[in-house]
Design a protein around this ligand. Sequence first.
Ligand SMILES: Cc1ncc(C[n+]2csc(CCOP(=O)(O)OP(=O)(O)O)c2C)c(N)n1
Ligand SMILES: CC(=O)[C@@H](O)[C@H](O)COP(=O)(O)O
Ligand SMILES: [Mg+2]
Length: 640
Amino acid sequence: MKELTEIENPSFLKDLSIDELNELSANIREFLINSLSKTGGHLAPNLGVVELTIALHKAFNSPNDKLIWDVGHQTYTHKILTGRTQFFNSLRKYKGLSGFPKLSESEHDVWETGHSSTSISAAAGFVYSRDYKNEDHHVIPIIGDGALTGGMAFEALNHLGHSGKRVIVILNDNEMSISKNVGAFTRMLNHMRTSKKFKRAKRISSSVLSVESHLFDLTKRVKESIKTFMMARNIFEDMGFTYYGPINGHEISELISTFDYCKQLNEPVIIHVVTKKGHGYEPAATDQVGVWHGVGPYELETGKFLKKIDENKRSWSKVISEALLRLAKIDERIVAITPAMKNGSALNQFAEELPDRFIDVGIAEQHAITFAGGLAISGMKPFVSIYSTFLQRAYDQVSHDLARQNLPVVVGIDRSGIVGGDGETHQGIFDIAMLRHIPNVNIIMPRNAREAFNMLYSAFNRNELTFIRYPRGNTFFDIEDDFKFQMIKKGTWTTVKEGNELIFITYGPSVDYIADIIKKHHLNATLINARSIKPLDKQLLKKLLRSNLPIIIFEEAIKIGGLNSAILEFASDYKLRSDHIYSLGIGDAFVPQGDKKFVYKDLNLDEDAILMLVELALLNKKNEESKEKKDTVLWQKRNG
Ligand SMILES: Cc1ncc(C[n+]2csc(CCOP(=O)(O)OP(=O)(O)O)c2C)c(N)n1
Ligand SMILES: CC(=O)[C@@H](O)[C@H](O)COP(=O)(O)O
Ligand SMILES: [Mg+2]
């Protein structure tokens, strides 16, 4: 049996027996548990698909056959089998192994994912192009039960089921999204997993399967009648897919025989595989709330997480959800909505204390936003907690449904800014640019917990469509139990400190980042907290622009369409000079994974870059003044 680090590609699997494959799965599982105890990562999803992945690479011939992983957070075994074991010590690190499929990493990564529910649509593209080109390979999207609650997956099932084209969809059903999966569809899958009819049908279909593989010419009608007789047709079959399952996703021989049989079919097929998230590591296998979905380093023996959180700090998600809970206890119209991110958005306590006002809609960001619109127009006060990157899914719902009707919804844009290990597909850097041009939209970002509490309170009381953005990570939590909420006037910035050589304008936690640099380097600078990104504080901004001091705008967001653009547009609209405006933000590029300190350096957002820009700005100011002096001298000479 090869050492995992000796594996270069999956071809070695062809010679392995079932026993050897089982031995391999044990080795991989042990490796993952050990390696991720040091690096962190998506442990539970990956432990759930070790056998499934081995069976897929045994039965199919990647990369000729296209394995397309939905979300892609469960591809660690796939990466081990395709020669990347040695890189796992750099998993999700700066310039390290991606936690998701990456075209640049391997020919076996045929499609990049990160956002959920895209695999079947991508597969449709691979299927149609294969058939147009008369090629002859398999296309196998692997989608989880959670990802299947994403509307896009149904759009693709609807299309491919109708097309009659050859595709093999693997449904990896572990009853979990990040936490327990939700929705009617999940209930249907539960029924398919547990009902006696299905159990009997499974026996029948596996025996039919074994008989059939010899009598392959058994007509489709006979097969259908056996199935229809033995069990209620299911939605997949009504959508044109031949359904097989549910089969045991940890039983390699059953997986391989099912795949080998389905390879012969020239039609849309869906194989319902039942797995256990976290399988083989007790703390993860018994986790029903999703704590082991994505983890930091942990103690192997006990499963104790090693990351210490300063007791004076809370995650930004927790700060917002704490404020939301306190406000919801005052105002019964407030309801909290999450698209499958209860844990990540720290809404567990809200859900526990106000269960009838907590709604998890599954991985359905578009539905979450328009659902909130329906609540708002009916007099409720909905709060949608949604990661910046996943909000991108609901652009039209924001514009067409909420903004155009000017509905009073408050949206908490979580994970705004650079997120770290998830990298390119999860950075929260586009939301300002995506939203700012939409009429009736307000965008705010608190500098600290107190401002967050008052901003959320003000947003609900203003009854306007408001997006309050906050980053991944922690902040000081100094809020007393009897905190008195205060209104913050709409469109107002604050002057954090006064200086008379240059001006910094920024927002959110970046305010303190810049404040520290000003203090450390004794810069004689004014610092503005532009906590309302839209609308701007026009009065103060006019004053700043007319000061003729160099202005440095700093934002951990894409510059194009961000605050930087807003201020330049403002200067242009009001015919104010703007050649003394400098900006530091994220350029026109996707941002890699990794710790902020490395990524900041890459993006010229680190201290050195800021100081260089300060030097340039002050030098330009000095030259301008001396030029003015020279001009004055010349003028006086010329005019006497
Ligand atoms: C559009 C989108 N929304 C939310 C997420 C966050 N997310 C990542 S994995 C996951 C759960 C996926 O559940 P499932 O497909 O069943 O995979 P499992 O983790 O159970 O293997 C969610 C909600 C995402 N990646 N993309
Ligand atoms: C794979 C996926 O999209 C989620 O698991 C995401 O990685 C969660 O991000 P946080 O760790 O920031 O909650
Ligand atoms: Mg799942």
